[in-house]
Design a protein around this ligand. Structure first.
Ligand code: IMP
Length: 417
């Protein structure tokens, strides 16, 4: 009998509050595994007096009994990963990095930033961390895998050759070629620290499943930022949806257990690109203020708007969501009226699905009566009547159960239905 892996995915444009749910679920799992993205993701977890900033290390690191896997679907910046590791002193034997994950080197970030500058007002609004160029190299088959870090001399020669072969492109972007000696010593330093953690995590996944371990797969970013199913090209460069958990860890679709999709009771997005239910007025500002909607990784103010039931139905289906965790319901406290985007108007026609380009989609809203306060409610029944009606209506619209409702950042303010 082998175990199945539970999965957590973001259903909107990232920042849905996955951290709180993953942290909660990590307490009861033996392994927590990341399958996509890089240090563009980020959440802060407060435990007592201590605050931890997590970007790529799985959230299981905060449960001393859990082990953590960084899968092949991830792009890993050794420099940033090592800084993140410094927050913890008990990683030996608890952290496993895939030898097939791709290495993100400083030049990837320089290319990312140069491309954004060159795009001007068409910029994607990336985190500038080099995620797109690192995945680009992987797909173009000119990337470097973490296993290569175990041979710094060979990897140095490969990077230097790559720069020489592409010199005109790097010159046009203002990205300088690394110096051989400096690069070798940088890579040697990464090997010295990371070497002992690099392993074949595909075999590990199979072994722990066969040993019936409890496994949690931790998604990053959100469905609307998925390279295929999001608002392309204003997306990240990885497969953020549940299918990405399989290819990003070397497991098969039948290995997946319960899929929990995380969504806020409203919507936010950072960076550019379509966001049909964005509110540019006072209500959008209030959502930002009440929800503290500023990026953890970049500090940028997030764009805010209303819950988008059309995008959510799309996300529920793409991910095979079994239950939704509806986060930050309390941020809607005090609004006289709460809106939900129930359809889009595109070229004069009403549609109820996500088209291939959301750029010109206008929201069609349904309004609900607001409520005073949800914070502190510990059961569904103790929520204000109008909040319950909102949740039941949303549940009906998205066609899946809202099994978890969160009404504050505190662990105990989580309603399980
Ligand atoms: P990149 O992933 O840095 O290439 O950025 C591409 C797009 O994804 C930009 O709009 C970013 O703001 C967005 N993005 C990347 N990571 C996150 C995240 O963790 N939360 C929210 N948005 C993200």
């Amino acid at each position: 009998m082998s175990s199945k892996a539970d999965l957590i995915v973001g259903l909107q444009w990232g920042d849905e509050g996955k951290g709180k749910i993953v942290d909660h679920m990590a307490q009861s799992h033996d392994y927590v595994c990341r399958f996509a993205g890089g240090h563009n993701a980020g959440h802060t977890i407060v435990i007592g007096e201590d605050t931890y900033a997590l970007h790529l290390i799985p959230s299981g690191v905060l449960n001393p009994n859990a082990k953590n896997v960084v899968g092949n679907g991830v792009v890993l910046s050794p420099k940033d990963f090592i800084i993140e590791m410094e927050q913890f002193d008990n990683l030996k034997g608890r952290l496993f990095l895939s030898d097939k994950a791709h290495v993100l080197l400083p030049y990837h970030a320089l290319i990312d930033q140069a491309r954004e500058r060159m795009k001007g007002d068409k910029a994607i609004g990336t985190t500038g961390k080099g995620i797109g160029p690192a995945y680009g190299d992987k797909i173009a088959r000119v990337g470097h895998r973490l296993g290569e870090l175990l041979h710094p001399d060979k990897l140095t020669a490969k990077v230097i050759d790559f720069f020489a072969a592409n010199e005109p492109i790097f010159t046009a972007m203002g990205v300088e070629a690394p110096q051989k000696e400096a690069l070798l010593s940088e890579l040697q330093g990464y090997k010295d620290i990371l070497g002992e953690y690099i392993t074949d995590t595909t075999q590990l996944m199979w072994e722990i499943m066969d040993a019936d371990k409890k496994i949690l797969l931790e998604g990053a970013q959100g469905t609307m930022l998925d390279i295929d199913h999001g608002t392309y090209p204003y997306v990240t460069s990885s497969t953020t949806v549940s299918a990405g958990a399989c290819s990003g860890l070397g497991i098969n679709p039948k290995d997946l257990g319960k899929v929990t999709g995380i969504a806020k009771a409203y919507c936010t997005r950072v960076g550019n690109g379509p966001f049909p239910s964005e509110d540019f007025g006072a209500e959008g500002n209030l959502l930002r203020k009440n929800g503290h909607e500023f990026g953890t990784t970049t500090g940028r103010p997030r764009r805010c708007g209303w819950f988008d039931a059309v995008a959510m139905r799309h996300a529920v289906r793409v991910n095979g969501v079994d239950q939704v965790a509806l986060m930050k319901l309390d941020v809607l406290d005090g609004f006289a009226e709460v809106k939900v985007c129930v359809a889009y108007e595109v070229e004069g026609k009403e549609i109820n699905y996500v088209p291939y380009d959301l750029e010109d989609a206008k929201p069609i809203y349904k309004s609900f009566a607001g409520w005073d306060q949800t914070e502190g409610a510990r059961t569904f029944d103790s929520l204000p009547q109008t909040a319950k009606e909102y949740i039941l209506a949303v549940e009906e619209m998205i066609g899946t159960k809202i099994g978890i409702i969160s009404t504050s950042p505190e662990r105990e303010d989580t309603i399980i239905r």
